[in-house]
Design a protein. Structure first.
Length: 157
């Protein structure tokens, strides 16, 4: 059977690795970090692991492919839709779940659908765990605290 995730990763390589960006290490670290946390959260929350991981892989595609970070969630959702439709391996329902999660991922204050929340949480986990010596951003404290509780981890800071 085709492994859609690996096919998608090759597609993303073609887009991202063309970028003449000084931030490429950060981009790839963040993309794969969030994707991996999406996988873990999907396992924990009984959601579809492949769809969740796909959300993580594509969530910041807009600014990682040369766009700005302004409105990157909405613009990235449109770009992800184009990429996924072109691949012809995803159903309309699957594309809807993925692009909705991407479009909402910057709104960390509201609570949305399970895949939306999973992606926001994975994004926060990657920000907060990138370097444990860095302080946790005020706007991410509550989600980070809730995530540690979900995983049964006692907070150290
Ligand atoms: Fe992100």
């Amino acid at each position: 059977m085709e492994n859609r995730l690996e096919i998608l990763r090759n597609e993303i390589d073609k887009i991202i690795l063309n970028e003449k960006s000084d931030h490429i290490r950060m981009y790839i670290s963040h993309m794969y970090g969030v994707a991996r946390f999406c996988t873990l959260l999907a396992m924990k929350r009984n959601l579809n692991v492949e769809l969740a991981t796909t959300c993580g892989m594509l969530h910041d595609i807009f600014y990682m492919s040369g766009g700005t970070s302004d409105h990157h969630a909405a613009k990235g959702a449109e770009q992800a839709e184009t990429i996924l439709k072109k691949m012809k391996l995803y159903s309309d329902d699957e594309i809807k779940i993925i692009t909705t999660a991407i479009s909402r991922h910057s709104d960390k204050t509201h609570i949305h659908e399970p895949y939306d929340e999973l992606l926001k949480d994975a994004d926060v986990m990657d920000h907060c765990l990138y370097n444990p010596a860095f302080p946790i951003a005020q706007k991410e404290k509550e989600r980070y605290h809730n995530l540690l509780t979900e995983f049964g981890i006692n907070e150290t800071k």
